[in-house]
Design a protein around this ligand. Structure first.
Ligand code: 5GP
Length: 132
């Protein structure tokens, strides 16, 4: 069965998309640990990030790098933290999180932001990535 991320990639489930190319997509996490928390996902459905072949893995990280640069400009933060968990959704992905302190990476602090705020954050990040 297709993962929830494949359903997002295929447009069956909506998302706040900040970037896309032929092989990757980046969209806001529905329960961000910090505003701007973004998921970077290969369109090729592979369960475990470290099972991607070398070429796919490097391409994903290069795409994530571009997203991270835009994210850092769009969101008030010191840096972009990157993490891999993969316990909830069995479709390889990278978390990019705007951070100022270590606590901003704490996954016990998931939140839900109003739709309007998510839409406005999404638009800001998208514009910054496109300017990269
Ligand atoms: P992980 O698999 O790395 O443990 O966590 C998956 C992440 O995907 C979680 O942070 C969760 O909030 C996010 N997530 C789960 N389902 C959806 C969804 O339908 N849409 C979006 N945008 N994010 C999701």
């Amino acid at each position: 069965m297709a993962t929830i991320f494949t359903k997002i990639i295929e447009g069956e489930i909506p998302c706040y998309k900040v970037a896309e190319d032929e092989r990757h997509i980046a969209f806001l996490d529905i329960n961000p640990v910090a505003p701007g928390h973004t998921l970077v996902v290969p369109k090729h459905e592979v369960s475990y990030l470290f099972d991607l072949d070398d070429e796919e893995y490097v391409a994903l990280e290069l795409f994530a790098k571009k997203v991270a640069k835009g994210l850092r400009k769009a969101m008030p933060c010191k840096r972009i933290g990157e993490t891999v968990i993969g316990l909830e959704v069995p479709h390889a992905h990278i978390h990019l999180i705007p951070i100022t302190t270590e606590a901003d990476m704490d996954f016990r602090h998931k939140q839900q932001l109003p739709g309007e705020e998510m839409a406005s954050i999404c638009a800001r990040i998208k514009e910054a990535i496109e300017a990269e």
